[in-house]
Design a protein around this ligand. Structure first.
Ligand code: NI
Ligand code: MN
Length: 229
């Protein structure tokens, strides 16, 4: 049975059998969490885009573990230049890894990385991930505004868990995320990307209430909290 653990912000650990996959491991830069990137043991690092709160400690973690970075081509090209093992993909494409299937979805957002130069480094387009393992599908939306194609994603893949940003300002806010959940029709929706910074402060319980009002299930996870599904 796959297990999902909320590390914080958009960082989640997905485990099944001996495989450990981390999404967007923004750890050392996040003042709210205590997970030490040096202690994270993973086989795969899935990165939705190049912004600092997603790329985060991804390169260090991938290097430490000899883990494979899975991300859009431009971002994996940068990670490979830093010595990481990579598997480049792009939007609409799926690949069967030994642990299961990964498909990249669109995300309406940016992906420039602040590497300390005068300008942001180009990292291509941002993405979301559909990960299917042990017959279960998790959709990590990444940073995105709402888009009508979420209806298509929900139609073509039966989603067990949808991880949706709700913090507003940079991504969907609560009301748009509720509509997105309605499009996706996941068995369970978990909010992310809120309260890490002042501009994305929202009440996840308001999201939960509004999700219940449309007859869907949601769960607000504490940092470090896990669920099996
Ligand atoms: Ni972003
Ligand atoms: Mn973000």
């Amino acid at each position: 049975m796959p297990k999902l653990t909320y590390i914080g912000h958009d960082a989640f650990l997905l485990e099944h059998d001996a495989t450990r996959i981390v999404f967007d491991p923004f750890l050392s830069g996040n003042p709210l969490i205590t997970t030490n990137p040096d202690e994270l043991k993973v086989d795969y690092v899935l990165l939705t885009h190049g912004h600092g709160d997603h790329l985060g400690d991804g390169i260090t973690i991938a290097q430490n573990n000899n883990a494979t970075v899975v991300a859009p081509f431009e971002l994996t090209t940068y990670c490979a230049s830093q010595g990481c093992k990579v598997h480049p993909m792009h939007i609409g494409g799926a690949f069967h890894f030994p642990f299961g299937r990964v498909k990249l979805t669109i995300a309406h957002h940016g992906s420039g990385a602040d590497l300390g130069g005068d300008a942001l480094a180009y990292m291509g387009n941002p993405c979301g991930f559909l990960v299917t393992l042990d017959g279960k599908t998790v959709y990590h939306a990444g940073d995105t505004g709402i888009f009508l194609d979420m209806k298509l994603i929900g139609e073509m893949d039966e989603i067990d868990i949808a991880l949706l940003p709700i913090g507003d300002n940079f991504t969907m806010g609560i009301d748009d995320a509720v509509k997105a959940a309605e499009f996706l029709q996941a068995k369970l929706t978990i909010p992310m990307h809120y309260n890490t910074f002042e501009v994305i402060e929202v009440d996840p319980l308001e999201f939960q209430k509004k999700i219940s009002a449309i007859g869907l299930s949601s769960r607000v996870l504490e940092f470090g909290e896990s669920l099996e599904f």
